[in-house]
Design a protein around this ligand. Sequence first.
Ligand code: FE2
Length: 601
Amino acid sequence: MIILGVNAYHANASAAIVVDGRLIAAVEEERLNRVKYAAGLPARAIGFCLDRAGVKLSEVDHIAIPRDPYARLGTKLRFAMRMPKFALDRLRVMRKFAGVREDLASAFAIAPDTIRARFHRIEHHRAHMASAFFVSPFETAAVLSADGLGDFASFLCASGEGPRMRVLGEVAFPHSLGMYYTALTQYLGFWKFGDEYKVMGLAAYGQPEFLDEFRRIVRAEGAHSFRLGLKYFIHQSQGSEMTWRDATSTPVLGRLFSPYLEKRLGPARKADEPLTQRHHNLASSMQAALEEVLVSCWRGLAAETGQKSLCLAGGVAFNCVANAKVLTTTPFERVYVQPAAGDAGLSVGAAFAVQHEILGRPREFTMDHAYWGPEYSAAEMKQVAASASGSGEAAIAELDETALLESTARHIALGKIVGWYQGAAEWGPRALGNRSILADPRRPEMKDILNRRIKHREIFRPFAPSITEEAVGEYFEQTHPSPFMTFAYPVRAEKRSVIPAPTHVDGTARLQTVSRSANPLYWKLLRKVGDLTGVPVVLNTSFNDNEPIVCRPEEALDCFRRTQMDVLVMGNSILEKKSAAALAGASGGDDSGERFAAPAK
Ligand SMILES: [Fe+2]
């Protein structure tokens, strides 16, 4: 039984393929067409999934689309009567989805009638919930999806049991936690699609001085529901359209906040204005109000279901600061957030919704790692690495695994910036040890060095640590697994000075817990770093520079060359920039490894 999930004509376009109940491959289109948050038809992602499963499009049994134009039709019609522009947008979307078979056939140069698959339309939030619950390790759980908007709702919650989910409540447009967060993100001067996580990082610098006002902007209501103060927004009166020119352009979202919000909170920050303490406090207040609503919804859901396990999905599930509070503020003891919790994850969710809810098949798969993307052979990686040898810019060595880990760990301990390219690409927006840039977490200056030399990010944004799962309790106040970097836990007070680079200003870190079973090579590297330095932790940031995370070996080499990365480890090859020794001096700001390389026991 072959099921293809396709998130199309929407930001974070993606594809996933499930064969006989097991996920075989999943990837976002942006990794392949190199356009951040790419929308449109994810033809390359579909092509990759089919190749990985060894099947042709004509052999697929079911195609699952996470969009149901007929969901909440009555509410849509009411809005359409009030807002003609909205009606036209809906018609355009419905036409687009009606032509998906023809678009697929055209992309793969086959006749439409050779696609014998049955097409299924899975409601957006049902697909989000399926993307978490059906691949979670839980037989039963409470399930919650929250995002900006999808199929005219922003929030759905359910009780999940085996291959079924029973919906317990929903919140429909125009009330939306995602819209709330995006509107305030815009108000704070961050207008790019996907900028919300920046404001989450900024919130740690402030105090919730404006919380009372924010409680008027969004407030909990009922057992697991909430309301927006609609005066503060314009999406309900003027639309909230996400637009993109074509599949090769990043989507753009129009303004969401109203003049009334500026009247109450002061003028919006312009994108080029400096950030002040007031902005920090606004961000802090926004985050605090979101958390109050989420805690209320989680508690309501816990009370209604009696469950101890919770599955979260939708863009709001990327709020790792809030997620961590499930464990401290509710009866839930276990939380599962799959790595592509946002709209990319819909392709996985739609496919598993067909497998279980439509075909009635039992569950037999758990997503316990994130490595579902493209993978290249040792020979391909070696060939690309070797192509750098004639350039005179890098020294290359080919090492066995033991020597490779020794050498990489030593480079990290000496303060060098290491590109680490191994195995299959990660599913979801986080680099989790296969397409990562690694650095020494013990050096307080490493955040500035990474920003100056490679990432060029806003200085207030934190970097994240990876840690062996065995050491989590020694460094963090929580030990619940965070394999996909979807939780931010407080670093133990006595360890904040030990790993200052990835510890945020509020003493938390958005950690990745690494198990031997999920990523054996990365786990061994962390152990090796621990042997060398006494600290089994590395700073782990995505392998990219203002672009989607690198996918192919050629992109890794290109990023290595055009940035001031010191070392590239690709497969079993190590490339060291010939100027790396000098750069390492510059990075450490001292005579490098001596002070830091000694075990800190
Ligand atoms: Fe969504």
